[in-house]
Write a protein that binds this ligand. Structure first.
Ligand code: ZN
Length: 264
């Protein structure tokens, strides 16, 4: 019986077509729920982590952040997709952590970890990472991952029930689905499809914000070069083969350049 209710829910809400790619996505979590899960998760992260003391890191992340989110709003308007970022509360922080990580929650809360800052090297590098992370958020990758996990882990439970009676599990799933779960030991890799989508959109966003998209492959090369030892959660672990990834990126750069030069 309960299985049926989840299935019905999936059929009723689940078959959304991704606005950017036309890909069919399983997204069962209502937008308001995503927004509130995001702000709860962000508050939890801020409770459990210290904000960086490095003023330069904070300033650059905020500066790139405000330019990028202005560009994202413009892009969404142009595509008639403004509703997808309705209710977003854009926030930017840098956390004290050696982890090579960054994320954007599907409510606009963005965090960089100190460990990724030297690899970013400059504001172009920050824009590469942030554009990519914002793209994961607005292309509903978090919702998609969470929907899959809910189906797997709480398959027999209706979503509303999962959100009310299993709030702790649901919260943990949200953290993992949004890329912030490493502290809990829950790491959910993005799929290759997600990565390619995020790379492409990220290039357009950074270009519209005035950052040169041609700097993107060099950032990923730096990321690969530092790769060896511990594998960071959002980066590299299950990411597409870096060579293919950079090739795919190079194919999108001409289109991104049109945004960069204001021709699009
Ligand atoms: Zn990613």
């Amino acid at each position: 019986m309960k299985k049926i209710s989840f299935l019905l829910l999936v059929l009723a809400v689940g078959c959304a077509v991704a606005p950017f790619t036309g890909r069919r996505q399983l997204v069962v979590i209502p937008a308001e729920q995503m927004l509130s899960l995001s702000s709860q998760s962000y508050a939890q992260v801020l409770k459990e982590n210290k904000v960086s003391n490095n003023q330069q890191y904070l300033n650059s992340v905020r500066s790139v952040g405000s330019k990028l989110t202005a560009a994202v709003k413009k892009y969404m308007q142009q595509q008639n997709l403004e509703s997808a970022i309705q209710g977003y509360q854009w926030q930017y922080t840098v956390l004290q952590s050696k982890e090579v990580n960054a994320w954007c929650m599907p409510g606009g809360q963005i965090a960089f970890y100190e460990g990724i800052m030297p690899i970013c090297a400059d504001e172009n590098g920050i824009a590469v990472v942030m554009g990519h992370e914002i793209a994961h958020a607005i292309a509903q990758h978090g919702n998609e991952r969470m929907s899959q996990q809910l189906a797997l882990q709480l398959g027999g439970v209706a979503l509303s029930e999962a959100l009310s009676t299993k709030s702790e599990t649901t919260q943990q799933l949200a953290m993992a689905a949004f890329g912030a779960g490493s502290a809990l030991g829950v790491v959910l890799p993005y799929s290759r499809t997600h990565e390619y989508e995020a790379d492409e959109l990220g290039l357009y966003f950074m270009a519209m914000a005035g950052f040169d998209p041609r700097t993107s492959p060099a950032f990923w090369e730096r990321m690969v070069a530092q790769g060896g030892g511990s594998r960071p959660p959002e980066f590299l672990s299950t990411h597409p083969d870096p060579v293919n990834r950079i090739k795919a990126m190079n194919r999108k750069i001409p289109k991104a350049m049109q945004y960069y030069q204001g021709k699009k």
